[in-house]
Design a protein around this ligand. Structure first.
Ligand SMILES: [Zn+2]
Length: 169
């Protein structure tokens, strides 16, 4: 398992909803945890490792063992103001920019045993959840970036597209 980079098509299409716990869930999560630790991420969505499934990992601290698994996560409530905040993404190395996100969210999801759960999050965790759940819908943060940041990152984005083409050739 490794990180998939933009513009790999798996990042740009909606991921599949899980009907039950997949048989290989433990293997999937082990791989995702490993990648997240290696890359020092605070969030990771399954499409980012090439799996078109609605599974995300989030961690408030980035510490090992702190990550939470959310299957089929869905934002059921957006709360508070919308705030600009800087984001990066493991699938977009070298790109950072400000994105407008809600201050607080309520997320409904299934845990590792497929039990229905709900989580309230604010500040950084709320931002990470919105970013990762967007991945499951095939939405990437550069599309929501502040105009000036998009312009600033334009050359780097083109570089990622060129690299991807070279790898496909
Ligand atoms: Zn991302």
């Amino acid at each position: 398992m490794r990180i998939v980079y933009y513009p790999d098509p798996v990042l740009l299409k909606p991921a599949a909803t899980l009907e039950a716990v997949p048989e290989d869930l433990a293997t999937i999560l082990e791989g995702m945890r490993h990648v997240m630790k290696l890359e020092r991420g605070i969030g990771l969505a399954a499409p980012q490792v090439g799996l078109s499934l609605r599974i995300i990992l989030v961690s408030e601290t980035g510490e090992e063992g702190d990550e939470q698994v959310l299957i089929n996560p869905e934002i059921v409530k957006f709360e508070g103001k919308k705030e600009w905040g800087e984001e990066g993404c493991l699938s977009f190395p070298g790109i950072w920019g400000e994105v407008l996100r809600h201050e607080r969210v309520v997320v409904r999801y299934r845990d590792e045993s497929f039990a229905e759960c709900e989580m309230k999050a604010e500040e950084l965790l709320a931002r990470v959840l919105q970013h990762e759940i967007d991945h499951l819908d095939g939405k990437v943060f550069v599309a929501k970036m502040r105009e000036s940041d998009r312009i600033r990152n334009k050359a780097r984005l083109q570089e990622l597209r060129d690299n991807f083409e070279t790898l496909q050739a």
